[in-house]
Design a protein around this ligand. Sequence first.
Ligand code: X2X
Length: 334
Amino acid sequence: MNIKKWLVLGTACLSLGAAPVFAQETREFSVSTVLSDAFPWGKAAMKWAELVEERSEGRITLKVYPNAQLVSGDQTREFSAMRSGLIDMAVGSTINWSTQVPQANLFSLPFLMPDNAAVDAITQGKAGQMVFDAIEKRGVVPLAWGENGFRELSNSRGVLTQPADLKGLKVRVVGSPLFLDTFNALGANPTQMSWTDALPALTTGAVDGQENPLSVFDVARADRANQKYLTLWHYMNDPLIFGASKRVWSKLSTEDQQLLKQAAYDAGQWEIAKSRADLDATLQSIRDRGVEVTELTSEQHQAFVAATQNVYKKWTPKIGEELVEAAQEAINKR
Ligand code: X2X
């Protein structure tokens, strides 16, 4: 963090015996992201920085550090690094933060959210507020939502249309325990690793498959890492959260807090709309590169839901019955 205080005015006032009046500070804050601005995720952070720069007339700078570099690539440590003040701010994934915030696992419950309207019903309502409250209690001030998107399953072995097709499939998953339960329930062989290690592992064949939103598959060129088969099963959605370390936040003026929060909201809305609008074109470009894309029939979809039902049951008490109920209610009413 680089703080430059403009003391001249204050010193002048002191020497005159008047109360010190400080001009506003010029400050730079670090912002962590896991993906760079080649991806919608990184674009969200850059948009935030751009809006803050513009609206503060250059007084506040958000410096974006992509590829989880502030935590040496270990993306599940991002939240604790922010809480302790090593990182000032982040645009982070609920998956990566869920190791520290159990409530954030809500979004990883298999097949909870069938569509975008369901995601919005959660984030914009009581359930979303409950997740924000849980985050705030743990030392990070949540500012706004963004979106990584619905996560789809790819692999090098063949077309996957039913749980039996996943038997023994080595799947790279993020380092969050719920994912091990989901893929074990499906008979696969999940391996936890960071995103930094995922592409090399897919390329060498150390793992057969992975799950990520279409935009990530596309930009990372997962097809070049042997991912020739892609199943659109929409099993979960991964919202992003703009957040700030409470230690940093509490020292800001109310005006600066408001400016940062509004800019986060505007950048989030911009990014959510853009990633959703780009989805069809993204899928087309994936198909054009020869990836075999499979959509599930409703019976096939149902078989995956049934096979992961126990994960849902096991994790509901860990996430909180009340929160899961609030989410389900919001989805039913959408
Ligand atoms: O690691 C992943 O799969 C990624 C990039 O999607 C997340 O950070 C959750």
